[in-house]
Design a binder for this molecule. Structure first.
Ligand code: HQG
Length: 180
């Protein structure tokens, strides 16, 4: 990934997860955007993209953030959405006994009081390994990894989903299921 690739990857995350309207892009309920429309919209903001570049970024994305449709015409972010126009019909799955959530120490007090909330996004994001969670936490400050009793939550009726890239999603995680 070159610096330019990273910058474009962030731009793709922004329009495919959060603000498609800033480039006049339409996402369907499953989050798919027409690649030709994405290229045309990006051009209006001064970004010269092409199909090969978009494909290269999707394929080299460290977290496999994006998926390209089988016919090669559409692209979507596989998770991380905040836009209300997208409601991906994830299939619910039985989670492993524990999942991890990386956050920053300055959020701890509030999290231990009210549990994990999705914030701007549609879901709380969890990972299967501590390393990933730690990296996610670092984005916000001094990282701390929380251990979530996912299977116990599931047994009590919470639905868990897993995106194509392995990230686990849940509506919320009450404090009683959180260990530091
Ligand atoms: C925190 C990245 C106070 C939460 C990553 C987090 C991830 C609370 C922040 C994906 C809280 C929200 C998502 C509460 C939660 N009180 N703070 N009750 N409940 N929080 O960015 O999980 O690289 O929306 O702990 O890999 O950090 O973009 O969520 O610190 O999978 O592909 O509120 O984004 O993926 O922050 O990150 P975010 P996140 P990408």
């Amino acid at each position: 990934m070159t610096k330019r690739h990273i910058e474009i990857s962030k731009f793709l995350s922004y329009v495919l997860r959060h603000e498609p309207q800033v480039i006049g892009l339409a996402l369907d309920r499953e989050g798919w955007a027409d690649i030709a429309a994405l290229i045309a919209g990006a051009k209006k903001t001064g970004r010269e993209l092409d199909e090969a570049l978009i494909r290269a970024i999707a394929e080299s994305s460290d977290k496999k953030r994006f998926a390209i449709s089988e016919d090669g015409l559409r692209i979507r972010a596989v998770q991380g959405h905040s836009t209300g126009s997208v409601a991906i019909a994830y299939v619910d799955r039985v989670p492993p006994e524990f999942l991890y959530h990386g956050t920053a120490t300055h959020f701890l007090e509030s999290i231990l009081e009210e549990g994990l909330r999705p914030g701007e996004r549609q879901y709380v994001h969890l990972s299967e390994d501590v390393e990933t969670a730690n990296a996610v936490g670092q984005r916000h400050g001094k990282p701390v990894v929380l251990k979530i009793e996912a299977l116990r939550m599931h047994r009590q009726g919470f639905k868990f989903f897993q995106a194509e890239n392995g990230v686990w999603l849940v509506d919320k995680a009450p404090e009683t299921f959180i260990q530091i």
